[in-house]
Design a protein around this ligand. Structure first.
Ligand SMILES: *Cc1c(COP(=O)(O)O)cnc(C)c1O
Length: 487
């Protein structure tokens, strides 16, 4: 039998079979080559990575302008022909090692950005080589199992309901979105409305309550689930930014979602969950907790007083890429009633797992997804409860040292340092802004700025496993040296 190939050449099927065999042989030889070459490429890459990590001790935290100019080396027209992978990786390593921000080291205190614990980075590399599609059990029984085990461990150490289920997502913005979608499902279902099939047009109204200092990404999540970021009731806060329980609205009911925060990005303040949640539950409201970093205070016996009552909520969002120090991007949503999360996230009307097993994509917005629980598993397993508590307590005590040192030198600490966040004023806003920008340029450490009660403040967040006493001392000295210069 003859068939058409390439539109015009007629060849016999047997010829194709021969060709296929030939190609196969060739491929096989290539694979051998590839395997040898792949090994060298990946070993070389490991070498680059490890050298980069070794350089963090002496490296500037932020790249200098000269170094940033090197980014242009990447900016070339895309060519037609292939380029050896070795040279592409070499280029990335040369440019990236200098121009990246050194938050993997111990002297980065901007935003709330952790590093990567070595075991989590190693797990990340391993998981990268496995390239699992974590959505289904058939695509990765490994991921399905490790998600189950990891969520059980997380439920043991974090202040969430022991009955809850977890979804492994990219970060807290998405975890907040998932928690709110579950809330929306549950509330509207009780009102006889199926939001997954009928949408929000014409649906019974849902009231949303947040604190005055809720994180901007919570407002974004509210807008993504269709509640609108402006249509919310805002509760006034105390001097630290925690919700005032006695200013909490009276008229909440079973059609209300209350969003609490465990850990304000500025002060580290916690909304008083133990006072607010029992009242909300009595009235039938859904309580969601944004505990992006603060939920981890619950994993420390010394700090868990801050999260008292948080476990009484209905849904929780937290990050693994902040205080647990796993690589980006890694967040977790917990929802007390499994059905609420699964109904909100399911693609099919009949969402029930046929096999009775937990299918990962039933708990997250994504179908295909990275098997990101692997890094969390490795970190929890390697550290164990005590070292996790130590990570939380150690970073908090570093924050206290910063506050002490700056306060002794006469600068104002604007918050009660309850966790790992410190707010500092050097005087008038312009002066504080100038000092922050000079500290950033100096390169010894990196701190960001924020606004607090209308004035500029320097914000120090100690979130990395890597920060040592020496890092704190070097960074504090740099801050004091620069502050003095501009005072
Ligand atoms: C960081 C943070 C967020 C946003 O989390 P991402 O992981 O960046 O999406 C939300 N809320 C709080 C309190 C945070 O600290």
């Amino acid at each position: 039998m003859f068939i058409k190939l390439n539109g015009n050449i007629l060849i016999s099927e047997s010829t194709i079979m021969e060709k296929k065999t030939n190609i196969k042989t060739q491929n096989y030889q290539q694979e051998n080559l590839q395997s040898e070459r792949r090994r060298n490429l990946l070993q070389q890459t490991t070498e680059y990575s490890v050298n980069f990590l070794d350089s963090l001790e002496s490296r500037r935290v932020s790249p200098s302008q000269d170094e940033l100019n090197e980014l242009e080396k990447l900016n070339v027209p895309l060519q037609d022909e292939s380029i050896e992978p070795e040279s592409v990786i070499k280029l990335l390593s040369e440019v990236g090692s200098k121009t990246t921000i050194a938050n993997a080291g111990g002297r980065y205190f901007g935003f709330i950005i952790g590093g990567s614990h070595p075991v989590s980075l190693a797990a990340n590399w391993l998981a990268g080589s496995w390239d699992q599609n974590g959505g289904l059990i058939v695509t990765s029984p490994f991921n399905a199992k490790i998600e189950e085990i990891t969520s059980d461990w997380l439920k043991e150490i974090l202040p969430v309901s022991k009955e809850s289920v977890a979804g492994f997502v990219t970060g807290v913005t998405v975890a907040n979105f998932c928690g709110l979608a579950a809330a929306r499902h549950s509330i509207l279902k009780k009102q006889g409305w199926n939001v997954e099939s009928d949408g929000l047009f014409g649906a019974p109204e849902i009231k949303v309550v947040i604190g005055e200092h809720a994180h901007g990404s919570l407002l974004k999540a509210l807008s993504l689930v269709g509640f609108g970021s402006k249509r919310v009731l805002t509760v006034p806060v105390d001097k630290q930014g925690g919700m005032l329980a006695d200013k909490f609205p009276e008229d909440i009911d079973e059609r209300t979602i209350v969003c609490l925060q465990s850990g304000s990005v500025n002060t580290g303040a916690f909304d008083p969950a133990d006072k607010i949640i029992p009242e909300c539950k009595k009235k039938g409201a859904w309580v969601h907790v944004d505990g992006a970093f603060g939920l981890w205070a619950g994993a420390s016996p010394k700090k868990s007083y801050l999260t008292k009552g948080v476990e009484l909520a209905d849904s929780w969002a937290t990050d693994a890429h902040k205080w647990l120090n796993v690589p980006y991007d890694s967040g977790i949503v917990f929802v007390k009633k499994s059905d609420d999360l699964r109904s909100a996230m399911s693609m099919e009307a009949a969402y029930l797992d046929q096999s009775g097993s937990r299918i990962p994509y039933h708990y997250t917005p994504e179908l295909s997804k990275k098997a990101r629980a692997i890094e969390i598993y490795a970190t929890l397993r390697s550290l164990g409860r005590k070292a996790i508590a130590d990570l939380i307590e150690r970073t908090c005590s570093h924050a206290e040292k910063f506050a002490e040192g700056l306060s002794k030198a006469g600068y104002r600490i604007l918050n009660d340092v309850v966790v790992n966040q410190v707010l500092v004023s050097f005087g008038r806003s312009e002066k504080t802004d100038k000092i922050i920008s000079e500290i950033q340029k100096d390169g010894t450490c990196w701190v960001g700025g924020t606004k607090w009660n209308g004035e500029s403040a320097m914000r120090i967040s100690v979130s990395s496993w890597a920060t040592t006493d020496d890092d704190v001392e070097r960074s504090l000295n740099a801050m004091l040296r620069i502050a003095k210069l501009y005072s």
